[in-house]
Design a protein around this ligand. Structure first.
Ligand SMILES: [Zn+2]
Length: 72
């Protein structure tokens, strides 16, 4: 639940156009809670990200992903 709360705070900050420092804080909170949940679930987050995204986006292979930009 705290993770979802932090995601909500990040979404609100992005939507409100908050400054970079505020966004840094919200992104860090989301990442910290995501890492905590992965640890609790016994998932090696570094390994999972490397396996899925180590070569860029699984669809377009770009990094950062270009899929959103390609959508109409
Ligand atoms: Zn992509």
């Amino acid at each position: 639940m705290w993770f979802m709360e932090e995601v909500g705070e990040l979404a609100a900050a992005l939507r409100a156009g908050e400054d970079r420092e505020h966004l840094r804080h919200e992104f860090a909170d989301v990442l910290a809670w995501l890492a905590t949940l992965a640890n609790i679930a016994g998932v090696d987050l570094d390994e999972a990200v490397e396996q899925l995204y180590g070569s860029g986006c699984p669809k377009c292979r770009c990094c950062p992903c270009a899929c959103v930009a390609a959508k109409p």
